[in-house]
Design a binder for this molecule. Structure first.
Ligand SMILES: Nc1ncnc2c1ncn2[C@@H]1O[C@H](COP(=O)(O)OP(=O)(O)OP(=O)(O)O)[C@@H](O)[C@H]1O
Ligand SMILES: [Mg+2]
Length: 293
């Protein structure tokens, strides 16, 4: 499995210009422009990005730089104005079966009128040839994996925010995605719940053959979780930094954060983000304002 090679990076270092594993997802020359009331915002202009199979890639960057837009384009939830997205070498023009997107607001991902078991089972409802018993068994497996055993008959309103997010994760995983995309999945939960969800996502990534693309504002979270961190600058989005994280797995919530490699990666990313923001502050964002024809 590719997973092992992803974990054996020798040091925190810039990525080579060509990734050494085949990309499972690749954005090539993408343009994305939004026109609102005659103003054009160029979010991407001939932007290239690739995600190696089996990796855990985090994307960090300032608010509004295009992180969510990039995820939605790669998940086939939005169409680019130009360029192409390839998933396993095939052009993406609708959400591909192997890519699942978990929303930041978990209440967008799960149905309040369904129990935990029914919510998780939703992912399997459109799969033909599965018996009721096998469907239930698969749901139970992922409910166990996310630590919600015993809560199968609970409704989302009877669960904490962290538990609801676990339901959303189990529902995504039951479809056995090749790529799990998570857009700031833990921003709405408290610090302790966040730490346990981080451990959960790492456990999932280590035990399943899944590639994770994770958006966060939090550089510490990105370094802690990832095999690679990509930092985006804004307007139009561009790669400010792209580093492999040399820390071994499994990672430890306390020890990993005091590791010299963790500190070095964090310092490097933060200093480059701050330098990029100083060079292009939000007020001076080079957004083109055009009048409609
Ligand atoms: N559907 C849309 N219509 C118009 N503009 C949009 C649309 N979606 C995104 N944008 C614009 O694209 C830019 C990037 O938005 P995006 O949501 O990708 O940023 P982000 O990096 O995810 O920000 P945040 O960290 O705040 O979530 C913003 O300027 C936003 O206003
Ligand atoms: Mg966003």
């Amino acid at each position: 499995m590719l997973r092992n090679s992803v974990r054996e990076f020798p040091a925190v270092a810039p990525l080579p210009s060509r990734p050494h594993e085949a990309p499972i997802l690749a954005a090539s020359g993408i343009d994305q422009r939004f026109i609102v009331k005659g103003r054009t915002t160029t979010v991407f202009d001939a932007f290239d990005f690739a995600v190696e199979e089996g990796s855990f890639v985090s994307i960090v960057g300032p608010s509004g730089c295009g992180k969510s837009t990039l995820l939605k384009l790669m998940a086939g939830l939005e169409s680019a104005s130009g360029g192409e997205i390839l998933f396993k070498g095939k052009r993406v023009d609708q959400p591909p079966k192997g890519v699942i997107y978990v929303f930041q607001q978990y209440n967008k991902s799960i149905f309040p009128w369904r129990t935990v078991l029914e919510n998780v089972g939703f992912g399997l409802e459109h799969q033909d040839g599965l018996s009721r018993a096998s469907r239930r068994e698969q749901c139970q497996e992922y409910i166990r994996l996310v630590g919600l055993e015993g809560y199968e008959s609970y409704y989302p309103s009877q669960l904490s925010g962290g538990m609801q997010q676990r339901v959303a994760i189990a529902r995504a995983l039951v479809c056995k995605p090749d790529v799990l995309m998570m857009d700031e999945p833990f921003s709405a939960v408290d610090a302790l719940t966040r730490a346990t969800l981080q451990q959960l996502v790492l456990k999932i990534w280590q035990s399943l053959p899944v590639t994770v693309v994770f958006v966060t504002h939090d550089v510490d979270e990105a370094v802690y979780l990832s095999s690679r961190v990509v930092s985006l600058g804004r307007a139009p989005a561009h790669i400010v930094d792209d580093v492999r994280i040399a820390l071994p797995y499994p990672r430890d919530a306390v020890r990993t954060r005091s590791d010299a490699r963790y500190i070095a990666a964090r310092e490097r990313l933060l200093s480059r983000i701050l330098a990029a923001e100083t060079a292009c502050p939000v007020d001076a964002k080079p957004e083109r304002a055009e009048q409609p024809a």
